[in-house]
Design a protein around this ligand. Structure first.
Ligand code: DLL
Length: 434
């Protein structure tokens, strides 16, 4: 089933025809309603009427996270507060968060977009869906909630935390769809087995995971441990929250809801727009948002666009799974290292569990030092202390091959690395923390 067939299967020409007037409208809107954009456009010598075709968008300036932060809390809202019915905020770790506002129409669109995601992941009104994202300022909980209800699924708004109770609910309510971060899915599997509950014995069949990067190898781990089909969905608070893009069951990339969000991929160094098929930074412009429209927002997320026909019948462009950001790249002794490369290697080693932490430090005050801590998998490792060393060396060799820089591996006891209820923290960079 396709939720909004006419939108999700339209031709590229129809899409562009739909996008152009929407784009012209949103440029006009922000220019007249948001002083920040008026000044920004003026200082770049562009006016909304300069956009005659979608190609002209390249002449317009980008919006960055700093601009959003500087306009805390409501400076970039394009609708009067009396029309704003909901606020959310980004999960910033330091300083002020980024606050986003939704009108009633925005909330309605959001539910429709989540309904698309759910249907393309195979969810139906027969399903019972447990949402373990936190309900609060974070967009995950409430965002997914209304769309799943719209599909007609029975929603269990469990929110984050209290993992043992989550398992009880999964079991007692006959939950068939689980909605959370991929790292929390693995934690659920672990706690279930501690409680003597075999996830394979539950009616659980689909996972809708998002909110953080995860590799294909991590997907295999989750599917195996929970006995489900794991799908990926992507979004960010600044654009709407979840609902920007999601996988269909072909799982060959995430369909972007391009009738609401215009996507570009740029070279992060030069800002130049790249052709489909080339990797770069995702940039989104909201086409229909009323409360908090954004123009050419630089996400820092790295991906590639694919416009080839998808076997599911949807024509909306697909973005490759996001496994890295321009700002999560570590530079170790001059070599670029992405955490996803490390995750991918670890997930292929059966003696370890899928819980790891990357610790970067400076040795003797100047030499970058990379240590990968990973938990032992007691079920697969039964050897002696000496064997432990051999496993560490084996992983270290594999990492060296992939990263071209040496990494020390430290096996740690099961369940000693911190578990998070939401987004996992994978990197501890002590070089930047003092
Ligand atoms: O994480 C929205 C969301 C909630 C999406 C639940 C999906 C499910 P923020 O807290 O603003 O919003 O964080 C957005 O998280 O720029 C990416 O770096 C990362 N991210 C989100 N989804 C994915 C994903 C929500 N599927 C930031 N794969 C984004 C990789 C993701 N990274």
């Amino acid at each position: 089933m396709i939720w909004e067939r006419d939108r999700e299967t339209m031709s590229y020409e129809q899409l562009r025809e739909l996008q152009l007037p929407l784009m012209q409208g949103v440029l006009q809107k922000v220019y007249s309603a948001v002083p920040y954009y008026r000044e920004l456009f003026d200082s770049h010598g562009v006016r909304p009427q300069d956009l005659k075709s979608l190609e002209d968008l390249e002449r317009f300036p980008f919006t960055t996270k700093d601009a959003l932060r500087d306009n805390y809390p409501f400076g970039l809202f394009a609708a009067p507060m009396k029309d704003i019915v909901r606020l959310h905020a980004s999960s910033g770790t330091t300083g002020k968060p980024i606050v986003v506002g939704y009108t009633q129409n925005d909330i309605n669109t959001w539910a429709e977009l989540i309904a698309r995601l759910a249907v393309q992941a195979g969810v139906t009104r027969e399903d019972v869906a447990q949402i373990c994202f936190s309900y609060g300022l974070f967009t995950g909980g409430f965002g997914l909630h209304y769309g799943l209800e719209r599909v007609g699924a029975t929603v269990v708004p469990a929110s984050a935390g209290n993992t043992e109770k989550q398992i009880m609910l999964l079991k007692d309510f006959g939950v068939s769809v689980i909605v959370c971060t991929p790292s929390y899915a693995l934690y659920l599997a672990e706690v279930a087995s501690d409680m003597g509950v075999d996830p394979h014995s539950l009616p659980l069949r689909v996972g809708m995971f998002g909110g953080e990067p995860w590799t294909e190898n991590m997907r295999l781990q989750i599917e195996e441990r929970l006995g489900i089909t794991a799908t990926d969905n992507y979004g960010l608070s600044e654009i709407i929250g979840p609902g920007v893009a999601g996988e269909c069951l072909e799982r060959g990339g995430l369909h972007i809801n391009e009738d609401h969000f215009l996507v570009e991929v740029i070279d992060p160094a030069t800002g130049k727009v790249l052709p489909d098929g080339e990797e770069g930074e995702l940039v989104f412009t909201t086409l229909t948002k009323e409360g908090f429209p954004v123009i050419r927002y630089r996400t820092k997320d790295l991906s590639v666009l694919d416009r080839h026909a998808c076997d599911c019948g949807r024509t909306l462009a697909r973005m490759r799974k996001v496994t890295g950001r321009t700002d999560d790249m570590l530079i170790i002794r001059g070599v670029n290292v992405f955490p996803s490369q490390i995750e991918s290697v670890l997930m292929e080693v059966e003696e370890v569990a899928p819980h790891y932490l990357i610790v970067v430090d400076k040795k003797k005050g100047y030499l970058d030092d990379l240590e990968v801590q990973v938990e032992l998998n007691r079920e697969k490792f039964t050897g002696s202390f000496r064997d432990l060393e051999a496993v560490e060396q084996k992983i270290s060799r594999k990492l060296n091959n992939v990263l071209t820089v040496s990494a020390r591996v430290r096996l740690v006891e099961p369940k000693t690395l911190e578990r998070t209820l939401g987004k996992a923290k994978r990197v501890l960079d002590k070089r930047t923390e003092s």
